[in-house]
Design a protein around this ligand. Structure first.
Ligand code: SF4
Ligand code: MG
Length: 322
C-alpha cells in the first residue's frame, strides 16, 4: 500500500550550506495498512529526514515514495491535495508546531479548511468531536496553546493531524519532549486511536522502550541507511545487525532480567564525510577488511532484512543482544 521502493534516495539535498548530504540512502520498505513501523537510531541517523521525505516536505533527488502507487512528489503539485490529506505528520515539539496566537479551535480546524468544504458549524462540530477523541473537553476549543500542559498540547497536535481523516500518520519523536508518565498516556491514546480509526503509523524514535511499546515492526537506521528491518519481537529478541545489538545493549533490559547496561561505543560519524564501505565499520566490533571497502547489501536473514557482511557471510553469528 505504502511503498518506499528501491532504488531510491541516492542523495538528498539537506538544508546545509554548500553541502550535499546523503542523509537517507538506499532505504527501502513497504508499510502495511494498519501497522506501526518504528524507525530507530541515534540522532543524526536520518530518521527525521526520512519522515519529512515521506510527507513531501523535502524533495527526493532520486528514487520514489509511493502511496497506493502514486508518487509522493505529487503532493506539492496541483492535484496533490487529495494525496496530502491521507498523510499527516506529528512533530516532537508541540510548542513549535502550534501558532501561539491561535485558539485551539483554529489550530485543529486548519486542515478542514484545506481539505474539506465544511462550513463553520460543521467545523465546530468536528473540532468538538476531535477534542473528545483525544481526551480533551470541547470547552477547551477557545483556549490558547500556552494554557495547556505539554501532554495536552500533544493531544491537540494529534487532533489536528486527525481532522481530515488521514490514513497514515508520520510521528517524529511524538512523546520525547514529555515526562515519562505523560509519554505513556499519549502513546496509549495513539494506540487506541489506531485501533478505532484503522490508522497506519510510521513512528520515529531514538527511545527503544517507546518503540518496544508501540511497534509492530522496527527499522534500525544508521547514517541514513536502514541496516535492519524486522518484526518487533525479532529485533528485540534476536537482533542481527551489530548496530542493533549495540543499541539494545545500551538500554536497561526491557524484559527485566536484570542484565546491566553497556554504553553505546563511539559516536555517529559526520554524515557529510561518511566512512567508506559499511559506514558502521569504525564502531563495529566485528569489522573486517571487506567492511572497509564494500557497502553491505540488505538481504533476508530469518524474519529480518539485514545489511551486514558478517551476517551474510556467517562470521557474525552471535545470537541475542551483545
Ligand atoms: Fe560490522 Fe562489517 Fe557488518 Fe558493518 S558489515 S556491521 S562493519 S560486520
Ligand atoms: Mg530527529
Amino acid at each position: 500500500w505504502f511503498d518506499v521502493s528501491p532504488p531510491w534516495l541516492e542523495r538528498v539535498l539537506a538544508r546545509k550550506p554548500r553541502a550535499l548530504l546523503r542523509a537517507v540512502d538506499g532505504v527501502s520498505f513497504t508499510l502495511q495498512r494498519g501497522e506501526t513501523l518504528a524507525l530507530v537510531g541515534e540522532s543524526g541517523c536520518g530518521k527525521s529526514t526520512m519522515a519529512r521525505l515521506l510527507v513531501g516536505l523535502y524533495g527526493l533527488t532520486r528514487g520514489e515514495v509511493l502511496i497506493d502507487g502514486q508518487p509522493v512528489s505529487r503532493l506539492n503539485e496541483p492535484g496533490g491535495r487529495a494525496l496530502r490529506r491521507r498523510l499527516q505528520m506529528i512533530f516532537q515539539d508541540p510548542y513549535a508546531s502550534q501558532n501561539p496566537r491561535w485558539r485551539v479551535e483554529r489550530i485543529i480546524a486548519e486542515p478542514l479548511l484545506t481539505h474539506t468544504r465544511m462550513d463553520a458549524a460543521q467545523r465546530r462540530a468536528r473540532v468538538d468531536e476531535l477534542l473528545r477523541q483525544v481526551g480533551l473537553d470541547p470547552s477547551d476549543r477557545s483556549r490558547y496553546p500556552h494554557q495547556f500542559s505539554g501532554g495536552q498540547r500533544q493531544r491537540i497536535s494529534i487532533a489536528r493531524a486527525l481532522a481530515a481523516h488521514p490514513e497514515l500518520l508520520v510521528c517524529d519523536e511524538p512523546t520525547s519532549a514529555l515526562d515519562v508518565s505523560v509519554q505513556a498516556q499519549v502513546l496509549n491514546l495513539m494506540k487506541d486511536l489506531q485501533r478505532q480509526l484503522g490508522l497506519t503509523y510510521l513512528f520515529i524514535s531514538h527511545n527503544l522502550a517507546v518503540v518496544h511499546h508501540v511497534a509492530d515492526r522496527v527499522g534500525v537506521m544508521y547514517l541514513g541507511r536502514l541496516v535492519e528491518l524486522a518484526p518487533r519481537d525479532a529485533v528485540f529478541g534476536q537482533p542481527r545487525h551489530p548496530y542493533t545489538r549495540m543499541l539494545l545493549s545500551a538500554i536497561p533490559d526491557l524484559r527485566g532480567t536484570g542484565k546491566s547496561r553497556t554504553p553505546v561505543a563511539g559516536e555517529v560519524p559526520n554524515p557529510l564525510n561518511p566512512p567508506t564501505g559499511c559506514t558502521f565499520h569504525p564502531r563495529c566490533p566485528h569489522a573486517r577488511e571487506l567492511c572497509r571497502v564494500e557497502a553491505p547489501k540488505a538481504l533476508p536473514a530469518g524474519e529480518a532484512v539485514v545489511a551486514c557482511h558478517g551476517v551474510e557471510l556467517g562470521w557474525e553469528t552471535l545470537q541475542g543482544p551483545a
